[in-house]
Design a protein. Structure first.
Length: 395
């Protein structure tokens, strides 16, 4: 029999997102957490290298946060599947996690139309690739050859990275570095967005129209496809596991903090007037403050305020020197996570380009984990395939 222990305390995220009362925790959830920790300890005893998720879970303060997460038992199969994939790819790839709600239909249409137009190539042959943007050969995703060029250009233009802006949100993916990355921080945690998808998120008809048009189809078909959306509904978001070859990762991503800001303690302390940055309730930073401070930085940079110019130019120099490269950071993350004082607060941003993140031939693998029922999935696939066939024949 399941025994529940209720967590009624209202917590406040160090990142400024106020916590709601968390769902009741069960002994089953705690048992799954302890099993995961035991697997990490066993791997260490046997001398195996750890995956990113295992490395994060090897640190006791992080374990204490994971023990408080709900629904671990409910989604234990997905957790185990994701961890097995990390083991499979750990020698050749780095892994990144994100959750995307309500977009399965768009992803499936894009994948099918890509296969019709280009072919079932690369990772598509192994069913190990998902499209996380939906327009084909869109020049939006060819503007920057790599993330260093992007960072330098954006900082020189605006003095800051702020992916709350739609134009940046379009070309950047916000990711965690482990399955339970940013554990306990609702507004930043992939796991939280997986089990509690954003109610405000929605799949826009115009996005699907643009997708169809980019593949050469009449956007009028969007209305017919959207009728299938009901069949894809689940109580969760979809979890995405992105594996990037080690030789490509510095070209694609960088170490980040909230809203895409490079994780630079000096910069953050100065921008937010924190003498210390302890990541404790003493210096918690709320979302409203972040937006206000970033707006101020943009304005002062535009006005060429000397102190702001000096601060931003140092950030640009750090980008040029490779300070925010992922390779050395993730090697330390896996080998000695306890050495990273802010382990639970690091994130990564990935730059979306036609050449890499949207290319099944790039060596990148993107796996999707869904809670869609088998019955609905079968019916949905049948109706989607029939509609795709009808549209292509009509063309």
């Amino acid at each position: 029999m399941r025994k529940n222990c209720f967590l009624l305390v209202i917590l406040t995220s160090l990142y400024g997102q106020e916590y709601q009362s968390l769902p009741a925790l069960s002994t089953d959830d705690l048992e799954i957490a302890n099993q995961l920790f035991e697997q990490v300890e066993q791997a260490k005893k046997e001398g195996h290298s750890l995956t990113q998720s295992q490395a994060q879970m090897s640190v006791v303060p992080i374990q204490n946060k994971i023990k408080k997460l709900p629904k671990l038992a409910t989604y234990k199969d997905i957790i185990h599947q994701a961890f097995e994939k990390e083991q499979e790819f750990k020698a050749t790839h780095y892994v990144f996690y994100t959750a995307i709600p309500y977009m399965r239909l768009f992803q499936d249409i894009t994948r099918k139309l890509f296969q019709i137009k280009i072919g079932k190539i690369g990772a598509l042959k192994e069913k190990s690739f998902q499209f996380i943007r939906y327009t084909h050969d869109d020049p939006t995703y060819s503007r920057y050859p790599d993330v260093t060029t992007f960072l330098i250009h954006e900082l020189e233009q605006n003095g800051i990275i702020d992916d709350n802006e739609t134009r940046l949100k379009t070309i950047l993916v916000s990711t965690n570095l482990a399955f339970f990355g940013n554990a306990g921080l609702e507004g930043e945690s992939t796991y939280n967005y997986f089990i509690s998808p954003q109610v405000w998120a929605r799949a826009k008809k115009e996005w699907l129209e643009s997708c169809l048009k980019s593949f050469g189809y009449d956007p009028i078909w969007a209305e017919k496809f959207l009728a299938l959306q009901e069949l894809t509904k689940t109580e969760t978001g979809d979890l995405f596991q992105i594996f990037i070859p080690k030789n490509l990762v510095n070209q694609i991503g960088y170490i980040s903090w909230r809203q895409g800001i490079p994780f630079d303690l000096t910069f953050i302390k100065n921008v937010f007037d924190r003498t210390l940055l302890t990541m404790s309730p003493v210096d918690q930073i709320y979302a409203k403050e972040i937006n206000e401070r970033l707006a101020t930085i943009k304005q002062k940079w535009k006005e060429r305020d000397p102190a702001t110019v000096s601060l931003v130019e140092q950030l640009i120099n750090n980008v040029k020197s490779g300070k925010y490269h992922l390779t050395p950071f993730l090697e330390l993350y896996k080998l000695k996570p306890i050495a990273l004082k802010y382990l639970n607060y690091y994130q990564a941003r990935l730059l979306i380009t036609n050449e890499l993140l949207l290319n099944p031939l790039s060596g990148i693998n993107i796996f999707r984990y869904s809670t869609l029922s088998k019955e609905n999935e079968l019916k949905y696939k049948q109706e989607l395939n029939a509609l795709i066939s009808h549209m292509t024949q009509s063309k």
